[in-house]
Design a protein around this ligand. Sequence first.
Ligand code: GTP
Ligand code: MG
Length: 267
Amino acid sequence: MEASRKPQTEDAPGSEEKSRQAVVTPARLPELRLVVLGWRWPGKSLTGNTILGKEEFHLERAAEFCVKRETEVLERQVTVVDTPGWFSAQDTPPSYKQELVRGASLCPPGPHAFLLAIPVGMFTEVDRQRIEEHVSLFGERVWRHTIVVFTWAEVLRNISIERYIRREGKDLQWVLEKCHRRYFVINNCEFGEHPQVGRLLERVEKMVAEEGGFYHVKEEEEEEVKEEKKKEENQNQNREGRELGARPKQSSSLSLSKTMEVEPRAN
Ligand SMILES: Nc1nc2c(ncn2[C@@H]2O[C@H](COP(=O)(O)OP(=O)(O)OP(=O)(O)O)[C@@H](O)[C@H]2O)c(=O)[nH]1
Ligand SMILES: [Mg+2]
């Protein structure tokens, strides 16, 4: 574990070439902020408990509010924000969506990772659409900071997760592609000391290293403001364009009236 704390280089003595091709392992971060997302009942709260190694989140049905808990895990200060699950079969009420988005701002300056809980089982096109709709509430950049966490993985028995992903088809694969094929299989039946938690935290640290940082709530808000401004400018340009487009008509009617003015005099 200690070995992954600092960036490491793999250099054989006397080999310059090797040291140039140094393999850098991601640094162990002193603090990790995680937001757990998903539809209702896939095991978001239990996943939070597995990570924290404590029963911090109640396994109540249909939680409506975000809950934040933090504790030290494997020499890191780990914060987990549990969020309300979105609805699968009907529209999610706007208040739930607002609360969901608030989750990211509960761990300033922003989470290192969004953990998208998906239970192993049948995965439909509607599931994909719902994920796209709700995860995108955090902006397009959220996907670069999202790891799919498969729950209920014990139901796989003898099938590997790779085979399950292939078998489920294009909708699940779409989600994984959006997340740059970052996924993790968690065993929520294993509680307490278990190497899986360390592996998950290292997976998050690897993603942070690959993406050059965490998800910044402020940057995302600024991006949204920029997008809004762009939209407004485009609308104004379109309006101007339409007005400009109307001018030839005006000028033609003007020229028509001119012609009419001229005509009587010509007669
Ligand atoms: N066997 C098994 N049970 C799980 C797993 N994950 C969650 N559960 C169980 O599934 C139920 C729902 O888990 P929760 O963690 O409360 O689900 P949630 O996503 O937080 O649910 P909401 O807050 O209502 O959206 C609980 O009874 C858990 O014990 C898992 O990986 N395996
Ligand atoms: Mg819950």
